[in-house]
Design a protein around this ligand. Structure first.
Ligand SMILES: *Cc1c(COP(=O)(O)O)cnc(C)c1O
Length: 563
């Protein structure tokens, strides 16, 4: 069944998480959505990629919210057999002296334009394995340091071995974040010089050859966020897989730093927005960090009504989203009607789900993403009196959603805090928190709200992609100038900035957010509908035409994969 894909050389795209479809819970947030959109655009463009990830049989988790706002996590076991075919080949990786067998599940991603892209989901849940090893690929981002290292051994080393065992010819490897960097160690071993040819003190590996094969995309401007493993643990699990002296020279002297390993073994390195690449360049002096700003997959993130509208007025847009630059041609009435319909769909779902009773004639502010400290979901609630005063003049409603990582206590506290604010604002501002944020909720949320908010702490939002999804559906952004929004923002044309380009304090950001809502955003919504629709069209024409994964993949293809 793989002949169709093994007949031509491919780019192997390695990622710890991937959002293939809503029924397959192998993703936690933006990184996995990006991986899915990468493969989806590649399928549309018929770029020969193959995705490699873990099967994460127990998923990330299903989020339930207790009445006090506490997050309750439930595993979501899914059945790979329902969506994938098992690979014929199996390979083994030695971990801690035990052979761990790995099989792949092959998922075929199908483009609406006809292209097909294979994705290999690695699975250790096999009869041959010891019970504890069968669980290595169960829990996405679960477990302790040892569990994580085992997962990354399976992903990086197991992934390369299985690709070759299945007959793939790989022309380039792409590491989506550092989790998969051990793949480069497997490549070192495959590119070792014959022992007799190595002079003492020299590397026994053809490092330049491995670098030629590898590309690395870094996703976080926080140095401390990269995975690190103690060499004691690495030696315990992998023995002398790669000579320790060489490993330390590539991955750090004190511990194995996955980012450093990826940087040192990749010829092409990039950040995910211009400002992020600049920050990363400063974090890693001596490395050239290119900028390829993220994008979203148009056909996946457009709501049905805008899809029809674009088909009518801008045919071919889904394959060539650059065409959305002609959004000025869209009739105002039709834009408003498509949005009103998307809002109706959202409200019907939310009212049914939460028993809320939101008003379709009042604007909705949307905020949904991973709940974690730097994203500051609480910034909007910094001054409840001010917020109420604004709402008394220009009523608005709020929709929130997002999961916190099970070990991110700060993130969980934020969800509780949001629920306390909801109670405090009851009667003054209708607010709903939608539990279990996932791909499907994101699809109707980004299309159905009126304004998309993002208020991260600069410069920690490497890119952000949910605002791009909103723009594609004619929903303007009101955001802190960080990540992609620095590139996408044109004041009053594509949306609005919270604070300027200079640094603001926390209080400054909150004041600016309130000022913009009170003086610009809400009055425009209520008093100048044509002006509002012009901003909606600005978001489509000037943001969605550019911040899509078709453009992103064309750039990876021409600048990273072919070089
Ligand atoms: C797009 C998306 C994200 C990423 O949101 P950001 O605002 O970029 O952090 C996270 N989760 C889901 C389910 C998404 O669809």
């Amino acid at each position: 069944m793989l002949d169709e894909f093994t007949s031509e050389p491919r780019i192997a795209y390695f990622t710890m998480e991937i959002a293939l479809r809503n029924e397959i819970p192998t993703y936690s947030g933006g990184l996995g959505i990006l991986a899915g959109d990468t493969l989806r655009s590649s399928a549309d463009l018929e770029l020969p990629l193959i995705g490699v990830s873990l099967v994460s049989r127990a998923g990330y988790f299903r989020q339930e919210i207790a009445p006090d706002g506490s997050q309750i996590e439930h595993p979501i076991f899914w059945e790979p057999r329902d969506w994938c075919a098992p690979s014929e080949a199996k390979i083994a990786v030695e971990i801690d002296g035990n052979e761990v067998w790995v099989r792949g599940w092959i998922y075929i991603l199908q483009s609406q334009a006809g292209g097909r892209e294979p994705v290999l989901l690695l699975d250790t849940d096999l009869n041959e394995n010891r019970p504890e090893d069968r669980e290595i690929t169960h829990y996405l981002y679960g477990g302790d340091e040892a569990y994580r290292l085992k997962q990354e051994i399976i992903l990086g080393i197991g992934g390369v071995r299985l690709l070759y065992a299945l007959g793939f010819h790989i022309r380039q490897f792409h590491m989506n974040e550092g989790h998969s960097a051990l793949l480069a160690l497997e490549l070192l071993r495959r590119n070792a010089y014959p022992v007799l040819g190595v002079r003492p003190g020299e590397s026994p590996y053809d490092i330049p050859q491995v670098r030629e094969l590898c590309n690395f995309t870094t996703h976080t401007p926080v140095e401390a966020a990269s995975d690190r493993f103690s060499y004691d643990l690495v030696r315990k699990f992998l023995g002398d897989f790669v000579e320790l002296r060489i490993l330390k020279s590539l991955a750090g002297e004190s511990n194995l730093n996955m980012t450093q390993l990826a940087l040192n073994l990749s010829e092409y390195v990039n950040g995910v927005a211009r400002s992020h690449a600049e920050v990363a360049g400063k974090m890693y002096p001596g490395y050239h960090v290119h900028a390829v700003t993220n994008g979203i997959h148009p056909f996946t993130w457009v709501c049905p009504n805008f899809s029809v509208l674009y088909d009518t007025h801008l045919p071919g847009w889904a394959h060539e989203p650059d065409y959305l630059v002609r959004a000025d041609r869209l009739p105002d009435d039709s834009v408003w009607e498509a949005h009103t319909h998307a809002k109706r769909v959202l409200l019907d779902r939310v009212n049914a789900l939460c028993g809320a009773n939101l008003d379709p004639d009042k604007p909705i502010l949307g905020f949904a993403r991973r709940m974690t400290a730097y994203k500051r979901p609480d910034l909007l609630f910094s001054d409840l009196e001010r917020l109420k005063a604004i709402a008394s003049r220009h009523p608005f409603q709020i929709m929130l959603a997002g999961k916190a990582h099970p070990r991110d206590n700060g993130g969980k506290e934020l969800i509780k805090l949001l629920h306390r604010h909801m109670a405090e604002l009851a009667g003054a501002i209708p607010i709903v928190f939608l539990p279990n944020y996932d791909m499907e909720i994101a699809q109707y949320l980004v299309a159905g709200v009126d304004v998309w908010l993002n208020t991260p702490l600069r410069p920690l939002e490497a890119s952000g992609t949910s605002g791009m999804k909103a723009a594609l559906n004619g929903v303007p952004n009101l955001s802190v100038l960080d990540g992609w929004w620095i590139e996408g923002w044109i004041e009053d044309v594509t949306g609005w900035a919270v604070c300027g380009t200079s640094d603001c304090s926390e209080n400054g950001d909150a004041q600016s957010l309130y000022d913009k809502l009170e003086n610009k955003v809400l009055p425009l919504y209520y008093d100048n509908r044509p002006g509002w629709i012009a901003v909606m069209k600005g978001a489509i024409g000037k943001n969605a035409s550019y911040f899509n994964s078709h453009r992103m993949m064309r750039r990876y293809a021409t600048e990273a994969y072919i070089r």
